[in-house]
Design a protein around this ligand. Structure first.
Ligand SMILES: [Zn+2]
Length: 249
């Protein structure tokens, strides 16, 4: 048993940071790696205005789709609200969200618009990627009701699993690390990467490329969660919290 990795790129939009995204795409192409790419259907998040709007953006997304990248629908507007008291996110990853705590009707409206926007551009997202990894049971219900998406890129496990009518492709890392086994998804935010961080990532990628797989391959390997997966899903959030606390000290 060997570890395998997926690469996930977050926050693609018309104003993404071109001087990072372009060489990153070239490096992935050279190594034959097909990542998950989270596309924001209608970005309104001012913090993602990194480069002048690219009039060719949707063409670029269609070209990603054509070359086998796995396009994910990354929320709708990428705008956050504080998670209201009493609302419960499925993963405890952030205190703000685009979806958690909103009514089912509001979530349906938002996801219907988001999905329609992508389809109108000739892009069929196969996965859902929640901004800040935050979504709730209503988000999944709304996705089922108004989209064809049945795969989520998130979750704390060691391999792909089925839950709540969705296939979950776990996401646990923000850089490559040697692992003995399991499926590990490395999440990147190219809009906030420096050129030095990009170079370091590409160096890592060269070392790990032979272990990097893609979404169609891992979806052939879906099974029920094992005891080890369940143990990991309990231990992982504790490890994350500990890391956050240590950072604060
Ligand atoms: Zn995002």
């Amino acid at each position: 048993m060997t570890a395998r990795f997926l690469v996930r790129l977050d926050d693609a939009c018309a104003t993404m940071r071109a001087p990072i995204w372009q060489p990153l795409e070239q490096a992935l192409d050279e190594m034959g790696i097909r990542p998950i790419v989270g596309v924001i259907p209608d970005n309104r998040d001012p913090t993602l205005a990194c480069s002048p709007p690219d009039p060719d953006f949707w063409n670029r997304v269609r070209s990603w789709q054509a070359k086998g990248w796995s396009v994910a629908m990354h929320g709708h507007h990428h705008l956050y609200h504080p998670i209201p008291a009493g609302a419960r996110a499925l993963l405890d990853m952030s205190d703000k969200s685009e979806f958690v705590g909103r009514s089912l009707e509001k979530q349906r409206e938002s996801l219907r618009e988001a999905y329609k926007t992508m389809l109108a551009q000739g892009v069929t997202p196969g996965l859902f990627m929640a901004p800040s990894h935050t979504f709730d049971a209503g988000t999944l219900q709304a996705l089922r009701d108004v989209t064809g998406i049945r795969v989520v890129t998130d979750g704390h496990a060691l391999r792909v699993f089925e839950k709540d009518g969705f296939t979950w492709i776990p996401q646990q890392l923000w850089r490559f690390a040697r692992m003995p086994f399991g499926l590990w998804c490395v999440c990147l935010h190219p809009n906030t990467m420096t050129e030095a961080a990009l170079r370091a990532f590409v160096d890592d990628l060269k070392r790990f490329a032979h272990r990097v797989t893609d979404v169609p391959t891992v979806l052939r390997d879906v099974g029920p969660r094992s005891a080890l997966d369940l143990a990991f899903s309990l231990a992982y959030p504790m490890a994350l919290q500990l890391k956050r606390r240590l950072r604060r000290v």
